[in-house]
Design a protein around this ligand. Structure first.
Ligand code: C2E
Ligand code: CA
Ligand code: CA
Length: 705
């Protein structure tokens, strides 16, 4: 047969630079020529696409990708050498050919479906799929014929078992429908025709709602409700999906924010991330920013990644999962078991939740094997500390089965269908109002027994709690304020130094500085979900300070409102003992240089002799009041020294003076008269910093002989 591709050109020939076969322009020119020159012959159009070509490029680089394209073109050339055919490369990894119908009746043309290619280092296997269109109406523009072959190809693009598909008219109407949807997309977004539906996910053991999944719907003005199965594959092809996904994430975060702002109950909501998002390097940051913009903590937004996305793009998906974790988001592996990846991938991919594909439940009735597989998956997940959600639960029987194999959570029509936001919110309100199903705007459920302790007054537990267990209280953090909702008697005594206790004390607040510390510690307790223990210098109403040891435990709830249990203990005595120990060590050292060391305690107006070396000083008592102590220093040597004496009487004046003096030490010289001997003496006043942040004033005395 005539070798059309080497036909003498009637015009300029345009070859594809990479592969050397015809490019789009020449393919059009020569195909039209072929059809005119052979009016009696029956021709078909073939449209090929190389499967997963993008992944090949990503994994092995552009060079390898190019080599594969060249190899593919060469194979095509080889195969069509003796045929009446025109072929070329349209763009990327898309090839076209116009060839006789007779050629397609032979089997060997399908060998283009799988091709191996060897380099020195690597052996590549790649697969293609194609659409076929029999040219029945030659008056159609060639571009239209190519579209038809392409439409046929699209129907099997994700079906790896099928090599080719013939075009039929229904595909054309689908294509038109798709084009229409594409042109309507922008308007649909701006007019908010896309609606987020929520499907609750329930705890297996009791059916309590613990989270939900956001599912998109298109409320079309003329066509009614369109399901995502219709438009998502389409928007994945042209990239609109990334706009749509972000729209959904924003809507979900806005819903969560409004619940929290009103102090209402909510649950975490998981959102779907399209497979094509993993080509977008800003994916994780986009998710984080959307959550941040709505003031939503990452535990209220979970991320669903479909299993096949991992099969397509393992490297990018792994990176994204790690990053999402670093940002605090949980990741769910969606449609697990539906596709091509094995259980093995679980050890490589650090996900948090497995969502088992609903097809498992369909197969359960039919085969025992399905239940064995399902049970092993659940067991494996348990070992790996993953929780498991089963999708598509439609009957009581399925639920019971899943409960019996300890699947953690269930989602499906048996419990709830996906519902509009208004219905979902109403459901949350209803569930929260029912105290047995308390959710308390919580990601972490609150252990109800704790609340009961505070609410009832005459049970054995509460008697214990109120009088014996030490100081305890229930504290709410809302925004930047910390409020005590309920406290027990000991708590009150510790904090107020008073025993006149009332059960319901509202608006108990901490001084601002202490509130700041508590807030900080609460955040850590929540974030790291552990008990925070620290010491607090608590300012009593009387003006005095006490040292408290404080423990805080996060109970549940989320910003801006979260609940904490607080336990307090007065450690003033302990602290005092520590002080004394430190000061007495310190003064022992000082005594090597001085003769006596005194401690000044301003709040109690006492001066205490800590250590003394000489025995020639008569010490009438070990503790003095300020007045009696200063009588000792009465005979100061000059007016200047008298001024200093007055400074020492006032703690604030002393602080100020010490700050200004270079050595941090105020010196007073005086004459000490005892047994009619006058001794020239110097007293040194210091302020000593203690390890716990407190201070001590010391006076060290040295005689000058
Ligand atoms: P999916 O993520 O596997 O979602 C679960 C699908 O199962 C939903 O279909 C849900 O309505 C359906 N379903 C739930 N319970 C049952 C049941 O008991 N029986 C049966 N037969 N089906 C049940 P839907 O809403 O049509 O969504 C289809 C798919 O579209 C989703 O599958 C997801 O892959 C995709 N999708 C939905 N919303 C979004 C979105 O916002 N972004 C992206 N990228 N994909 C989305
Ligand atoms: Ca999903
Ligand atoms: Ca799923």
């Amino acid at each position: 047969m005539e070798h059309v591709n080497e036909m003498p050109p009637t015009g300029k020939i345009h070859l594809d630079e990479l592969t050397g076969i015809y490019n789009q322009q020449s393919f059009f020119d020569f195909t039209e020529q072929l059809l005119t020159e052979h009016p009696q012959e029956s021709f078909c159009l073939i449209y090929w696409n190389i499967r997963k070509f993008r992944t090949t490029n990503d994994l092995f680089g552009w060079d390898a990708g190019n080599k594969i394209l060249v190899h593919w073109a060469n194979t095509l050339r080889e195969m069509l050498r003796d045929e009446l055919a025109v072929y070329g490369r349209l763009d990327h990894d898309n090839f076209v050919c116009c060839v006789t119908e007779e050629f397609l009746s032979r089997d060997d043309w399908t060998k283009l479906g799988e091709i191996s290619y060897f380099t020195e280092k690597t052996e590549y296997h790649f697969y293609s799929c194609c659409g076929l269109y029999k040219i029945t109406d030659r008056t159609l523009p060639l571009s239209n014929m190519i579209d038809k072959a392409k439409a046929a190809m699209e129907t099997i693009k994700n079906n790896y078992m099928t090599l080719y598909a013939w075009y039929d008219e229904s595909m054309w109407s689908k294509l038109l429908e798709e084009q229409r949807m594409n042109t309507e997309f922008k308007t649909a977004i701006t007019e908010k025709q896309f609606k987020v539906y929520y499907q609750p996910i329930c705890r297996s053991s009791d059916g309590l709602i613990t989270s939900a999944e956001a599912l998109i719907r298109w409320q079309h003005p003329t066509k009614g409700m369109i399901s995502p199965g219709t438009f998502i594959p389409l928007f994945e092809k042209n990239g609109f999906i990334s706009v749509l996904d972000r729209y959904v994430w924003n809507e979900v975060c806005a819903m969560q924010q409004s619940r929290l702002d009103q102090g209402l109950a909510t649950v975490p909501v998981s959102v779907n991330v399209s497979r094509v998002e993993f080509y977008n390097p800003s994916l994780c940051d986009d998710i984080r920013n959307i959550a941040k913009n709505h003031n939503i903590s990452p535990d209220l937004l979970k991320i669903e990644i479909t299993e096949s996305a991992y099969a397509d793009n393992p490297v990018q998906v792994l990176e994204a999962v790690k990053k999402l974790h670093a940002y605090g988001f949980s990741v769910l592996m969606d449609d697990f078991g539906s596709g091509y990846s094995s259980l093995n991938m679980l050890k490589d991919l650090p996900i948090d939740v497995l969502k088992i594909d609903m097809r498992f439940l369909d197969d359960l009735e039919k085969s025992q094997k399905a239940s064995i597989v399902l049970e092993s998956i659940i067991r494996l997940a348990k070992w790996m500390k993953l929780s498991v959600v089963s999708e598509g639960v439609e009957t009581q029987k399925e639920w019971e089965y899943l409960r019996s194999v300890e699947c953690d959570a269930v989602q499906g029509y048996y419990f709830y269908r996906p519902m509009p936001q208004e219905d979902f919110i109403a459901l949350l309100d209803k569930t929260a109002a029912n105290s047995t199903n308390l959710l308390f705007h919580a990601t972490q459920e609150i252990d109800e027994s704790i609340l009961n302790l505070f609410n009832q007054t005459n049970t054995m537990e509460s008697i214990l709690f109120y009088s014996m267990l030490g100081g305890m209280g229930l504290m709410e953090v809302s925004g930047n304020t910390v409020e005590l909702l309920r406290v027990n008697k000991s708590f009150y005594e510790v904090l107020y130094g008073s025993t006149s206790f009332e059960h319901k004390i509202l608006n108990m607040k901490f001084p601002a500085e202490e509130e700041r510390i508590l807030l900080e510690q609460c955040l850590i307790a929540k974030e790291e979900s552990k008990i925070q223990q620290f010491q607090l210098h608590h300012h009593l109403d009387t003006g005095a300070y006490v040292w408290l040891s404080v423990k805080i435990r996060y109970l549940g709830g989320n910003s801006p409102r979260a609940l904490f249990l607080i336990a307090v203990e007065n450690i003033e005595e302990l602290k005092q003992a520590e002080h004394n120990h430190f000061v007495s060590n310190y003064s022992n050292v000082l005594l090597k240089l001085f003769d006596r060391v005194y401690r000044f305690d301003y709040p109690t107006d006492t001066i205490e002799l800590l250590h003394s070396r000489g025995d020639d000083f008569i010490e009438p008592q070990v503790q003095y009041s300020f007045a009696s102590f200063f009588r000792h220093l009465a005979t100061v040597t000059s007016a200047n020294e008298l001024d200093k004496l007055n400074i020492i009487k006032d703690r604030f004046a002393l602080d100020e003076t010490l700050r200004q003096i270079h050595e941090n030490c105020l010196t007073i010289r005086y004459e000490l008269t005892s047994n009619e001997t006058v001794t020239d003496t110097t007293a040194y006043f210091f302020k000593v910093d203690l390890p716990d942040g407190g201070h001590q004033y010391l006076c060290c005395v040295k005689k000058l002989y």
